[in-house]
Design a protein around this ligand. Structure first.
Ligand SMILES: Nc1nc2c(ncn2[C@@H]2O[C@H](COP(=O)(O)OP(=O)(O)O)[C@@H](O)[C@H]2O)c(=O)[nH]1
Ligand SMILES: [Mg+2]
Length: 220
């Protein structure tokens, strides 16, 4: 998979990222990790791994992914979490399916998919947001917030992404749909994060995403 780069945003992931990097070593793809310069514990934890590190100039999850995408040199990229929840066994299939489309999204809610990381709150939230995406934007996705997305680097760049926070999760499918991009979703099983804490706050970030979707629908 020499034509693929994993874009890995990482914040306080010293307990998980080394294990994730060991796991993806066998996949022969490039790796870009985007983290904060002050995140000493994560920097120290991955010092023996020979992969590209970028210190993000801005702040936030979305900002990290945008800065990472700008650095990719391969034809394809995949957004990949540092917490161990994304299973790399799907990468080959995603890459193959992406040959004749712009993006392949992963979904925890298709047949034979699932999640060990979901709580009842996130499960209900994910259902509401995916339904909202289907109603407001005809996104035709069953899991709009699961940002395990592989796509053509040129397509990602043409999205002109702006969200610096977790709203980026929905900005990607909304912009892709508005640009008439081609995509599909495939079943994926989300694992539990290995260590550390989740950075998303279900209520605060969920509310922000809701407001963002409404604003986009109203073209604000
Ligand atoms: N560089 C960077 N990475 C972040 C930031 N916020 C979250 N991440 C990373 O983004 C990924 C997803 O975050 P996580 O807390 O697991 O959220 P969830 O899986 O969507 O519930 C993880 O790899 C985090 O370490 C941030 O502000 N900066
Ligand atoms: Mg996670």
């Amino acid at each position: 998979m020499k034509n693929l780069t994993l874009v890995i945003p990482a914040k306080k992931e010293e307990g998980s990222l080394p294990i994730v990097l060991n796991e993806v070593k066998n996949f022969d793809c490039s790796i870009i990790i985007i983290l904060e310069e002050t995140d000493n514990a994560t920097i120290e934890a991955i010092k023996d791994f020979n992969c590209k590190k970028i210190y993000q100039k801005g702040r936030g999850y979305g900002n990290a992914i945008i800065e990472g995408i700008n650095e990719v040199k391969t034809d394809y990229l995949c957004i990949f979490n540092a917490d161990g929840s994304f299973d790399p066994k799907y990468l080959r299939e995603m890459l193959d399916l992406c040959k004749n489309r712009d993006y392949v999204f992963s979904s925890r809610y298709l047949k034979s998919a699932g999640s060990d990381d979901d709580t009842i709150v996130t499960q209900i939230g994910n259902f509401i947001f995916s339904t909202l995406g289907n109603i407001l934007f005809s996104s035709k996705l069953s899991d709009i917030l699961f940002t395990y997305i592989l796509g053509k680097t040129s397509s990602f760049r043409s999205l002109n992404l702006k969200c610096k926070d977790f709203c980026l999760c929905v900005e990607i499918p909304i912009n892709a749909k508005k640009m008439n991009a081609s995509y599909r979703d495939i079943p994926s099983y989300e694992r539990k994060r290995i260590g550390g804490n989740k950075k998303v706050n279900e209520f605060r970030d969920g509310f922000k995403i809701l407001i963002y979707m409404i604003k986009r629908f109203l073209n604000f």
